[in-house]
Design a protein around this ligand. Structure first.
Ligand code: ACO
Length: 360
């Protein structure tokens, strides 16, 4: 808060939602009426997407073939996308590909992301795109489009890890990207415009851009013995430790534990032992650095390990996050539209006035 101006909108409640509840003091996350840990135990990502749309009072097809048909249609137009996306980062390519989908229907928007991202990641390795498998789940189908030669049993276990990850990040209150989606939807612009804008908001390192840099940090630290000195030196230089701190949580982010548990079912991560030491050292260093401000592990820390174990390149982590958060964005757009209210806050003018007087 600067002189009556709430720059970060902290504590401001600007929406009612049935989609998710973030309790930052208790470290609790409820999505579509269920605690996160219970939800991921009994659901799939598509099931969570359907629950979120139902909670928003929006239509969602019962027919599982609707998504498969949408993916096939996206794949039918993949050539112009790949040509236009050449040389772009994965998240920029995903943004472009979504903008090329001429639809505001949530089903093709949710279905398109895995097709676009897989084809782009293959194209930059000089590999031809692989058509979607209509019988596969969204996560298994994504992995099959990325790497069709992968062992089927391995793919199923990786797909479950990815599905848990997507459920875990599917919705999270009024975070920056979801707020962006709601602002755009509130102008009665289309849903495609809203999710493209939301993805833009997700890209920054203070939001969804952190997990790649988490791996960079672990690479730079390299050994458990180096963790404490490296982290303290980074803090002394005024740097932020990626994967720690949160606007809402004052305790450990509950998503960190769900993702850490998901790692147990994935191929053993050679980084896990180092990551645990770095996490403990970082929490100690942050407590000493800012004794007044609890700075705990956030979702992005173990996201980095999960997405690496699933086999994604680190520069695709933010795009992979977007594929999961898409479920929340789509539901929030529907919920926002039902209010019919334009989101339009105010600014205080501090520039010159023509008459030299201060602005009223
Ligand atoms: N490392 C070091 N210091 C930190 C960290 C961190 N990870 N996080 C916050 N701080 C410090 C800030 O420098 C600030 O100090 P100051 O008051 O002297 O400037 C103080 O703690 C309070 O931080 P704020 O910026 O007010 O916290 P805010 O709520 O705005 O930020 C955020 C939350 C952006 C996540 C922050 O903790 C951060 O930058 N973390 C590192 C990046 C990261 O992990 N991003 C992923 C977030 S999770 C998600 O969006 C899915």
């Amino acid at each position: 808060m600067t002189d009556g101006v709430n720059m970060g909108l902290e504590g401001l409640v600007v929406a009612e939602t049935r989609l998710s509840h973030v309790d930052g003091q208790a470290g609790r996350l409820v999505i579509a009426g269920q605690d996160l840990a219970d939800l991921v135990r009994g659901e799939t990502f598509l099931g969570v997407a359907a629950r979120l749309m139902a909670a928003a009072g929006a239509a969602w097809p019962q027919d599982p073939d609707a998504l498969a048909a949408a993916q096939t249609a996206v794949f039918g137009r993949i050539g112009p996308f790949l040509a236009a996306a050449r040389g772009l980062s994965p998240v920029a390519a995903l943004r472009l590909g979504l903008a090329m989908q001429e639809t505001d229907d949530p089903v093709p928007l949710l279905a398109a992301g895995p097709v676009l991202l897989a084809a782009h990641l293959r194209a930059r390795q000089g590999l031809a795109p692989v058509a979607p498998d209509p019988s596969a789940s969204l996560a298994a189908g994504f992995l099959a489009m990325l790497n069709p030669d992968q062992d089927a049993a391995l793919r199923q276990s990786l797909a479950r890890g990815l599905d848990v990850y997507w459920m875990t990040v599917s919705d999270h209150g009024l975070n920056a990207s979801t707020f962006t989606a709601r602002v755009i939807a509130s102008t009665q612009a289309g849903t495609m415009a809203a999710v493209v804008g939301a993805l833009g908001a997700l890209e920054g390192p203070l939001h969804g851009g952190a997990p790649g840099p988490v791996l960079d940090m672990l690479d730079a630290i390299a050994t458990p013995a180096a963790a404490g000195p490296w982290l303290r030196a980074a803090l002394a230089r005024g740097e932020r430790l990626m994967g720690f701190g949160h606007r809402i949580y004052r305790v450990r982010d509950p998503r960190a534990d769900v993702l850490k548990a998901a790692l147990r079912d994935l191929p053993p991560s050679p980084r896990l032992a180092l990551a645990e030491v770095v996490e403990a050292e970082a929490r100690t260093a942050l407590a000493a650095h800012r004794p007044d401000r609890p700075l705990e592990t956030n979702v992005e820390y173990y996201t980095a390990l999960v997405l690496e174990a699933v086999g994604l390149p680190r520069d695709a982590f933010t795009a992979a996050f977007g594929l999961g958060r898409m479920a929340g964005w789509l539901a929030h757009c529907a919920e926002q539209r039902r209010t019919g209210r334009l989101i339009r806050p105010q600014s205080r003018y501090i520039g010159p006035m023509p008459d030299g007087q201060a602005a009223a």
